[in-house]
Write a protein that binds this ligand. Structure first.
Ligand SMILES: [Fe+2]
Length: 246
């Protein structure tokens, strides 16, 4: 089976459309979205509807999704994130609010677990980017593969033994075949707001048969997204971040 894994769309419809078009050429069987359909970007309803309508696709709740429903407070977020969430709350249709409210915090499938941020405190939203939180995540799960989003930075963490892990930041498109007998935490990067100094949309295909992580980067017309950010008077810093991939 070839599984598409994507995350952190953040209302960037242009990027999401290009990513789906790219993935649909690559023989995938199922898709899983790790959350954050909204926040920052100008098209929250359209992104929800596109993910909802996708066949064989399941979706998790991210921190911006639950903040847009007031399930958690947006006031702990950065000013630009907070302003965008308050705007998003006013835009969301009732049907899309209902859909967001139905999303789970975790999906388990075969030897894989999927969460937005971390598996030990799902709505605490702590990033898993270093040894301490990687070890805590391994301890909280028994899966062989743990897929995460949230940081917007593609990363592969491999457990070498009980105390020792290997962290590999993934830059650009890459195919990485991992050792089947080891445990891994895999961050699939971000579709709609990459933060690894590469503005191209990022997503992942996991080929379960060959244990291969295929990272893809997809150029999209980010000027369209930044124009819409200006049009809807969303924080201009978001547009600048998209141009640089930060
Ligand atoms: Fe995010």
């Amino acid at each position: 089976m070839r599984l598409m894994i994507f995350s952190d769309i953040h209302g960037n419809l242009e990027a999401l459309q290009r990513v789906f078009a790219d993935a649909d050429k690559r023989n995938i069987h199922r898709s899983i979205c790790l959350g954050d359909l909204m926040g920052y970007g100008p098209y929250p309803n359209e992104c929800v509807e596109l993910v909802k309508s996708r066949k064989n696709c399941r979706c998790l709740a991210g921190n911006h999704d639950v903040a847009a429903l007031w399930d958690t407070s947006p006031y702990g977020m950065s000013k630009s994130a907070q302003d965008a969430i308050l705007w998003t709350m006013e835009q969301l249709s009732d049907a899309n609010k209902k859909y967001l409210g139905s999303l789970p915090d975790r999906i388990d499938l075969f030897n894989m677990t999927f969460v937005h941020a971390n598996p030990y405190n799902p709505r605490g939203w702590r990033y898993v980017m270093d040894r301490k939180y990687a070890l805590r995540s391994f301890a909280a799960t028994s899966c062989q593969y743990l897929f995460i989003g949230h940081s917007h930075k593609p990363l592969v963490i491999t457990r070498k033994n009980f105390f020792s892990i290997d962290l590999q930041a993934v830059s650009g498109p890459q195919k990485i075949t991992v050792k089947a007998q080891r445990r891994h935490i895999v961050n699939c990067g971000s579709v709609g707001q990459p933060r690894d100094n590469n503005p191209d949309a990022c997503y992942l295909i996991f080929d379960i048969r060959t244990n291969t992580l295929e990272y893809y980067r997809v150029p999209y017309d980010f000027k369209k997204t930044t124009q819409a950010i200006r049009l809807f008077e969303l924080p201009s810093s978001t547009g600048r971040r998209l141009l640089k991939g930060t």
